[in-house]
Design a protein around this ligand. Structure first.
Ligand code: ADP
Ligand code: MG
Length: 618
């Protein structure tokens, strides 16, 4: 007679197995205990660890505490006060809900808990070893709960041996601590390691908390972000691109105050930074998303931080545009004292209102090499020519330069209307002499407040045209200049296919095609910012470039097209520019959304401040 061989695992074995899922390293214990303290409505939480948590992890809170019966029950598997029915799973507002953590932790360590509710005179203490209660008695305990976890993995040698060096385990613990601390600025925290205080955080607002956790220097790098929509509310901060780091920096997503990882949303952020970061740089962000709990699913693996959204595509789009918007608004402001227009909508939406170009004040008599630095125009109100940004058209640059010099670029037209408004000078007494000159046919040098501005002419024009073209593609059609004689562009079939694919966008930019046949296209109109003799070369190079990096997503096509076209149509190093052209570039550059970097993420200008100069004269 054969025996039945299926049997239930003894409770302590089952707990050990479950523990393996919940507790992978000391940091997992830290996370669970901190979250329990938060769920218990604590306003102050102290974390103390020894030897990176291998010897001791202790979390004390001033939360609601537990009755003796609840304290004992809390170590039972699936004991939780946080959900009653399956339906509760869909509107979780607490961190925990599985009722697994304490049972799991207790199964693989020595735990002692002390707890006392507000309303109780006497508290309760209970000690466990390997999940078995070894002591329980009433005791004088301060209000709240303290859970101490000693000798983690004492009965699971494989796990214990798997632990990394103290330095690495401590790093993991700090990571968990930071996530919790940043998500809960209203809670005070203290964190001790081997009696050293690593963090002491007073209750504060979000920004102060981030500064408290990551240090004072992060403050100036943060750009606030808020976006309120029907499906998601986004708040938080993103890092200014100029401070982006080569190492993966601080990247935090919180959904309903729970730290989550999301490759998908990270991708949205990276998209928003496109063109602003240099290669291998990483954006910093602290983003807090609030959603209806019914529209998210965090009911997955206990230690996983992934999340599922019901409406993830919409969230992606909203997030990306919110980040772009904030970067666009704040990007330049602190660097150049440029008063940003708070009415600017999402990036590249110029529909409602053309952005006002900031003005550079120019003293036409200024000669950087002359001793006489007194400008005749400093007395009284300065009335400076304003080089107004064209509202409907991108007028031609560089008409009239000699052909070799200009490579066919048309000249800037100026509106020399007098206007005293000057965005670079907040105070009249701040006004300085400003001038421009060209260096090596490569740089445009100007002064800006107390500093010296050196602009890379090609990259600047590249940035200007890129934004202009992108605007034409996405918002308003560019102006077409009709050609008297259509241009013929011979193409191979592959090129023709490619051109067909972007025909509509090219038409948005201002191209007009008279015909498209097997071997050639006839071009009857071109954008006003390009001149006819250049068209074939530009389109040729455009097609070659475009073939090299065909954008994968529809979304990126317009960007790629604008970028490649702008690169090929922009003035190059080696072209000499007259003063007005130089000024036009500077003015247009600073009317751009993202003047700091070229579309290929290279710096467009540098600014040398007085301190920088002083340093060099030491
Ligand atoms: P979960 O958090 O998923 O409910 P845990 O095993 O982490 O499961 O905790 C079990 C229960 O113990 C909780 O539901 C809660 O009622 C109680 N508990 C745990 N830690 C604390 C604490 N610090 N303060 C008050 N109650 C606590
Ligand atoms: Mg818990």
């Amino acid at each position: 007679m054969s025996r039945d061989i299926v049997q239930l695992l003894p409770e302590h074995v089952a707990n050990q197995i479950a523990a393996g899922e919940v507790v992978q390293r000391p940091a997992s214990v830290v996370k669970e205990l901190l979250e329990n303290a938060i769920d218990a409505a604590a306003t102050h939480i102290t974390l103390a660890i020894k030897d990176a948590g291998k010897t001791l992890i202790q979390v004390s809170d001033n939360g609601v505490g537990m009755s003796p019966a609840d304290a004992l029950l809390s170590f039972e598997r699936h004991a939780t006060s946080k959900i009653n029915t399956a339906a509760d799973l869909f509107h979780l507002t607490t961190k925990g809900f599985r009722g697994e953590a304490l049972a799991s932790i207790a199964a693989i360590s020595h735990v002692s808990m002390k707890t006392c509710r507000m309303e109780d005179e006497l508290g309760f203490e209970v000690d466990l070893k390997g999940g078995q209660i070894i002591r329980k008695e009433p005791g004088v305990v301060s209000k709240g709960t303290t859970v101490g976890v000693k000798n983690l993995f004492y009965n699971v040698p494989a796990r214990r041996n798997f632990l990394k060096s103290d330095r690495i385990e401590l790093r993991h613990i700090i990571d968990e601590f930071e996530r919790v601390a940043v998500a809960h600025p209203q809670i005070g925290f203290a964190f001790y390691h081997n009696d050293d205080e690593l963090f002491g955080l007073e209750p504060s607002n979000r920004r102060q908390r981030i500064v408290g956790v990551f240090g004072r220097k992060i403050n100036e790098k943060l750009v606030p972000i808020t976006e309120d929509t029907d499906i998601v509310r986004i708040e938080g901060f993103v890092g200014k691109p100029e401070f982006a780091k080569r190492t993966k920096g601080e990247q935090f997503f919180f959904v309903n105050n729970r730290y989550v990882k999301s490759g998908y949303l990270h991708h949205a952020i990276k998209g928003a930074y496109e063109g602003l970061l240099q290669e291998k740089q990483h954006p910093t962000y602290f983003l807090f998303l609030q959603l209806d709990p019914e529209t998210i699913d965090i009911n997955i693996h206990p230690t996983k931080t992934e999340i599922k959204f019901e409406d993830e595509h919409a969230i992606y789009t909203i997030l990306k545009s919110a980040v772009k918007h904030s970067l666009g608004q704040f990007n330049i402001a602190p660097t150049l004292d440029f008063r940003h227009d708070s009415k600017l909508d999402t990036p590249y939406n110029y529909k409602d209102k053309a952005p006002r170009a900031p003005q550079i004040e120019v003293d036409r008599n200024f000669n950087p090499f002359s001793d006489n630095v007194v400008s005749p125009s400093t007395g009284g109100v300065k009335r400076m020519p304003q080089f107004k940004r064209e509202e409907q058209s991108w007028e031609s640059l560089y008409v009239g330069l000699s052909k070799e010099e200009s490579e066919g670029f048309s000249k800037v037209q100026f509106e020399s209307e007098v206007n005293t408004e000057n965005l670079f000078y907040a105070e009249a007494e701040d006004r300085q002499h400003a001038g421009v000159f060209q260096l090596q046919r490569k740089y445009i040098v100007s002064s800006l407040k107390e500093s010296m501005l050196i602009v890379h002419q090609h990259r600047a024009h590249y940035r200007i045209l890129f934004e202009e073209f992108l605007k034409n593609i996405t918002v308003e059609r560019g102006i077409t200049q009709q050609l008297l004689f259509p241009l013929i562009l011979p193409l191979n079939p592959r090129e023709l296919q490619m051109l067909k694919g972007v025909k509509e966008m090219l038409e948005q930019i201002g191209f007009q095609f008279a015909s498209f046949d097997q071997e050639q296209v006839q071009i009857s109109g071109i954008p006003s910012s390009i001149i006819d003799t250049q068209v074939n070369a530009i389109l040729d190079r455009f097609l070659a470039d475009f073939e090299q990096n065909v954008p994968k997503e529809e979304l990126d096509t317009s960007q790629a097209l604008a970028r490649i076209l702008a690169r090929n149509a922009s003035i190059k190093t080696g072209i000499s520019l007259n003063t007005e052209e130089q000024l036009s570039i500077i003015n247009r550059l600073f009317a751009c959304k993202e003047p700091n970097l070229s579309p290929e993420s290279k710096p467009v200008f540098i600014r040398l401040g007085t301190e920088d100069l002083d340093k060099r004269f030491k």
